[in-house]
Write a protein that binds this ligand. Sequence first.
Ligand code: G6P
Length: 369
Amino acid sequence: EQIEKGGYDHFMLKEIYEQPDAITDTFRGRMLVDKGIVKMAGIDDNLEKFLNARRIIIVACGTSWHAGLVAEYIFEEFARIPVEVEYASEFRYRNPIVYKDDVVIAISQSGETADTMAAIKLAKDQGAFVFGVCNVVGSSISRETHAGAYTHAGPEIGVASTKAFTTQITILTLIALKLAKHKGTLSNSEFRAYLQELERIPAKVAKALKSNEQAEHVASQYKDASNALYLGRGYNFPVALEGALKLKEISYIHAEGYPAAEMKHGPIALIDEQMPVVVIATKKGHYEKVVSNVEEIKARSGKIIGIVTEGDEEVKKLADHVIEIPETLEPFTPLLATIPLQLLSYHIAVMLEKNVDQPRNLAKSVTVE
Ligand code: G6P
């Protein structure tokens, strides 16, 4: 097992560090930046279905559901297709409305999650076209769907999902870009700019990983907290949810992710000097509005951990700690902002001597409902 961990103390840390390569493997051969083409057989063979889709319905569980939320923002922005994101377990029992011209995208690292599988069967029964995004090749979900695309992240052993999340976002971004190109919803220059930036993302993730020591320091300050709040807006809202989930899963500290603007409708009542608040406040993510949220937290003596864009000045003045990530185009922020949050929860769990790779009560693939 030590050999499999490749010199890292835990699979989770190894998998966090594998992300630059995993993301590259996801777009390798699919993204031809010079030619301005995205090639994906599963989409090319079913292009009309996607282009004529009334809606895209994404079904998933856990971290894969968070990737689906990021994809909702990306699909709607790039390809102007309405998207619904559903917990598979709710969708399957809700008697949902599914049209024959809906495209359902099922996202699952393992490809074995029982609720996601049931949601797929329901959608197929109602005549929708179902596309799978799985990591495990040959998995049940990859076989049950009409077509699909693998993330090619390599085996993920740690129960808390890391590289599966960022590679799911990557592949969904490629799909959205491809559809946008065919639909003409992005200009040629926008399309090329996104492709070029996506190609730079692995190097930027590698840079974001340099925040490891800072994340460790922040972890040492807050490891004994009993609660934590994660806030973000826009593309960073799902990142906040995922950051909170990572902390809950492996450190057993209660954490909530919230859209920053919703804080005034509840969570702000919880803020006092005991409450660490992780705020994702990147330059292009409704920055000024998030800064005013940070001011509100500060006024109530909350402890502020800001995830900011390199060179940030404003949040730095207000926050107790900041962790910088490289600048990127707004839709790609989740791929970078997630990194320090993964590291933060990892270090807290290690410091609390929890079982990082196999947290209590959780399973890597949930094959029962
Ligand atoms: C379990 C795992 C999570 C995962 C979720 C969905 O809860 O512990 O890490 O996000 O299942 O799994 P899937 O394989 O469908 O992505």
